[in-house]
Design a protein around this ligand. Structure first.
Ligand SMILES: O=P(O)(O)O[C@H]1O[C@H](CO)[C@@H](O)[C@H]1O
Ligand SMILES: O=c1cc[nH]c(=O)[nH]1
Length: 261
């Protein structure tokens, strides 16, 4: 049974969702940075890039990667806003979603500016638990992992596949102090690392879990923006942000070109 539009349970109007903008021509693949300001950077990566619109934290644009139409939509920070983006994109007919964002690394072999291609997310975030049951593994679509790794290598960029943990906060939830002279909670990071986490950020598990539950091909490429073990912080993030979009766009086009979704 189709849901009635403009009702409390499905408040869409004429096919337009209550939160995200809707492009006239819907791309089948979307890149998902967290920060709305990063959507405009896609003009450096995609041909004929145009901003579609913005509502709240959801800024959206579309452009072409070697002839394939690709969308870019910011998710805002955290699982709650990311869940909305995933559900509304899926309901608008999107097939492929790739988070392109930053993380704080935990693994010693990762350096600032490296790229982690998520093959699976360590179970940690609250919103993801509505899409994947307790103990269920939350994996990226293998075709997306392969395409992201191929793109990273073809572009000559450093990194590897691995596992992010998605936190429901930035300060206490990531073991940071909540005041400049605070101690923080390093044992929280140790616990995440013991579960296999290579880094911590705030959206990837939701993209992977909701993507799989909604029948999308979902994945994530995460740049090492900070290193929580060495306490390093990447100041020059501009090139890294652009490279995230290059990896994501090339991979999205490959996934669309190489098989039924
Ligand atoms: O690099 P982006 O995509 O903004 O994401 C990371 O940065 C934000 C925190 O500063 C969180 O959203 C985290 O996941
Ligand atoms: O440490 C970090 C860096 C980026 N994003 C996060 O959520 N945490």
């Amino acid at each position: 049974m189709a849901l009635k539009e403009r009702s409390a349970i499905w408040p869409w109007r004429d096919g337009v969702p209550p939160h995200l903008p809707r492009p006239r021509t819907m791309p089948r693949a979307f890149l998902l940075p967290g920060d709305p300001a990063r959507v405009d950077r896609a003009a450096e990566v995609l041909d004929d890039f145009r901003i579609v619109g913005q509502n709240r934290e959801y800024r959206m644009g579309c452009g072409n990667w070697q002839g394939t139409l690709i969308g870019v939509c910011s998710t805002g920070i955290g699982g709650a806003s990311t869940e909305i983006a995933m559900v509304e994109l899926a309901a608008m007919g999107v097939d492929v979603t790739i988070r392109t964002g930053g993380m704080g690394a935990l693994a010693a072999d990762l350096s600032l500016g490296d790229f982690l291609i998520a093959d699976e997310a360590v179970r940690n975030s609250g919103v993801a638990s509505f899409y994947a049951g307790p103990g269920e593994r939350v994996r990226a679509a293998s075709s997306v992992v392969d395409a992201l790794e191929e793109a990273r290598k073809a572009l000559g960029l450093p990194g590897r596949t691995g596992k992010p943990a998605t936190a429901d906060g930035y300060y206490r939830a990531q073991g940071r102090p909540d005041r400049p002279d605070g101690a923080g909670n390093p044992s929280l990071l140790d616990a995440l690392a013991a579960k296999g986490a290579d880094g911590v950020e705030m959206e990837a598990e939701v993209v992977l879990a909701a993507g799989a539950a909604l029948g999308l091909k979902a994945g994530a490429v995460l740049a090492v923006h900070a290193h929580r073990r060495s306490d390093g912080w990447l100041e020059d993030y501009e090139k890294t942000q652009r490279d995230l979009l290059f990896i994501g766009a090339r991979a999205a086009a490959t996934v669309l070109a190489t098989g039924p979704v």
